[in-house]
Structure formats: structure tokens, C-alpha cells
Ligand binder design. Sequence first.
Ligand code: WQD
Length: 340
Amino acid sequence: MGKNKIIVSGGLGFIGSHTVVELIQSGFDPIIIDDLSNSELFILDRIKEITGIKPKFYPYDLCDYKKLESVFSENKNVSACIHFAAKKAVGESMEIPLTYYRTNLVSLMNILEIMKNFKVGKFVFSSSATVYGQPIELPVTEESPTQKALSSYGSTKQMAEDILEKVSATKWLQVLSLRYFNPVGAHPSSLIGELPRGIPSNLMPFVTQTAIGIRKELTVYGNNYNTADGTCIRDYIHVVDLAKAHVNACEYLLAGKNISSFETFNIGTGVGNSVLEIIQTFEKVNEIKVPYTIGERRKGDVESIYANCDKANRILRWKAQYTVEEMVKDAWNWEKTYRK
Ligand code: WQD
């Protein structure tokens, strides 16, 4: 039997590229579609450097129906799709909401419709912890209520989950929606990692860019939250652990083990860390100072969120392995190697 073909949209992005590596190393045949709008072509060579295999690649925008359709015509017997391709900057999504709704939803609708026509019925979706808003109880489980998203970005993730639930109820589609917490770190080889364009809005790339001197100092957004040190708590997860969750998700769907046609899973570590803890761990592990000041709270930030991942552990047989120390070490090694 040949390898299972998996279409990976957004497969050259941060999470996508790490997932492609793990898929190849687990015996799958990933086919990448990525329009390079927030990724770089050299990542494809790096994937080959790590795995020895250069996957098939199409530089297409998923909003282009005809081009997307041509990928499915050229590649028969695709087993499943993992759909990463989307716009993901929370702040930007408030300035250009229409672009976010169009890009994130039209691409989803296109890939689903084409999958249906080509009888590909298994789908892994990149969802987000954003769907929970500020949870009433911690850690959050998949049963915790979702809350109306504050950002247009979050809103596209909620709408997408809603669409997937309704479409999967018509039975041709089986969906696993993975709700990511805060992905950080990089491949231990330092050959692939996060490549934010412009000024990073996420914490970890801002920390690494400050440590290397590209940014003068980091602003900690608020230290008057109701937490131990006053800064926000998040569940940071190593991107390789997150990538592996997608492999388990594919194996689970392909084995037909899913009980319902739409299942959600929290993908985090179950451990919450404050912003100051992340900075301090980074400084200690990497033996480098990260200049920072305390600033105002950032609009839209929830105070504290971390995951209960028992469901993924029990059903997908997946559990995060990397520690926060390894996350900050790999993030820093990647930044240093990339800037060389
Ligand atoms: C983490 C913490 C900030 C930058 C968002 C999306 C989520 C996911 C990941 C992705 C917060 C603080 C940050 C800085 C800081 N989506 N911070 N100074 O907001 O938890 O999650 O990104 O693509 O869906 O909502 O992540 O990394 O932006 O922030 O103090 O310069 O770091 O206030 O407490 P967030 P983040």
C-alpha cells in the first residue's frame, strides 16, 4: 500500500511546516498548498533537509477555486486535508475585518466544496483557544462554553467551527477541530521556525527579536491582572508537540475511530505561565537579558487561560512532551540561526 496523501493548506507556515515534517517522519505523503503570503519558499528546502523528502508544493491561494480544484484533479486518492491556511493577526483583523472574513471563510468553503466533489471526507481544522474568551473555570475543557469573539480573527475561527459542525452533520465529512493554545518554539534542528512579517504581535517572537537586538525593548502588557505576578497567564505549547497532534489526528480519522462527525480537542500543555515567567525562563535558559518595561493592558487580552488536555490524551493518545525551558531554548536557537 502507498503512503496516505494528506493535503496541507498553509503547509509552509509556522505550524504547517512543522506538521509537514512530522507527517513525513510518520510515513505520510503531504502535499502542500501555500500562497506564500505569510511564509517563505526556502522552508520547502529546509523540510527536505530535515526529512530527506521534498513534498509536492503548489503556490496557490485557496480563495482561487479553479487552482485549488486542479490540485485535487492532479492528486487522486487524497486521504485527508489539514487546513492551516488563514490570516491570523488579531490586531490586523480589527483593521481589515472584511479581508479576514473573506480570506478565512472563502478558503474554507472552497476546500470543503472541492473535497466533497472529489470524495475526500476527512478534515483537520486549525482552531484556537480564542473561541473560549475568558473562561469562567480553569483549566478549560472542550465542554466549557465558547464566548463571542472579541476580534474578527477569533470570529472567523468560531464561524468556521460552526460551518464545519453543520456541514459534517450531513455525513460526508468527518472533522477534528484542534483548538491550539499558544504555539511557540521551533524545530530542534533550528532549520524551520516562526517567521513573523514586520513587528511581531505575539510574545515569543518579540522576546527573541528583543534579545537579538532588533527591538529595543519588550512591553509587558499590564501587570495589574488578578494573577500571582499581575501578568497574564497562557498555555504555551512547543510547535513540534502541536505538529504531532495533527499526525495523531490524521491517524485517528483514517482509522475511522471518531465517534461523531465533528470533534473538538484542546491542544496545549495544561500548564499556565505568566508573561514574566516566560521572560525570566528565557533569560535563565539562554543566559541573555531581555530588556522590558511594563505597559498598559492590551485591548482584548484575557487574563488567564490554560487547557485541560485530557480528551486529546485519552482519545488521540497525544500529550505534549516539551517543557517551557525547551520552548524558549528552541525559539532562541532558531532566531540566532536564522539571523546569521
Ligand atoms: C501572549 C501574552 C500578551 C506581546 C493570540 C491569539 C491566539 C493565537 C496566538 C494565532 C499576552 C503578552 C504579548 C508583547 C506582551 N493565534 N504580550 N507583550 O494573545 O494569547 O493569543 O496569539 O495565531 O488565537 O489570540 O498571544 O503571544 O499575543 O500574547 O506582554 O509584546 O503575552 O498580553 O498576555 P495571545 P500573544
